[in-house]
Design a binder for this molecule. Structure first.
Ligand code: HEC
Length: 104
């Protein structure tokens, strides 16, 4: 039965929903990001697919973590994103969340 963990891993990879990715999405849900963002439709903010497409091939994680923390505007339009302080989302969840966003 040594193959079982591997089979489970392969199965979740095939389904496209690894436990880690789900945890990242869940953290963004809890932090209230999904009030303004969705995976594939523009809401108040850009869709995460649009964000991922914009930074494709770039290592944008650190810059985006910073931007989400402090908020900002002007990249997608005049509507600002408010700051998201550590009480809302901790560093690890924010970094994991941004990495997940960039894979959409
Ligand atoms: C009140 C609405 C709102 C909330 C809540 C919000 N955002 Fe945003 N977000 C925006 C808007 C508006 C923009 C576009 C800003 C711009 O044009 O520069 C944006 C932009 C972004 C970007 C792209 C930034 C860039 O410069 O390319 C990322 C990544 C992002 N948000 C992630 C998050 C995460 C993660 C959270 C939760 C911790 C979050 N947002 C919460 C409204 C929101």
């Amino acid at each position: 039965m040594r193959a079982l963990p591997f089979i489970l891993l392969a199965a979740t990879a095939l389904l496209g929903a690894s436990p880690a990715a789900q945890a990242n999405e869940e953290a963004l849900n809890k932090a209230g990001c999904m009030a303004c963002h969705t995976k594939d439709k523009k809401l108040v903010g850009p869709s995460f697919k649009d964000v991922a497409a914009k930074y494709q091939g770039q290592d944008a994680t650190a810059a985006l973590v910073q931007k989400v923390r402090t908020g900002g505007k002007g990249v997608y339009g005049p509507i600002p994103m408010p700051p998201n302080p550590p009480e809302k989302i901790n560093d690890a969840d924010l970094k994991g969340g941004v990495e997940w966003i960039l894979k959409q």
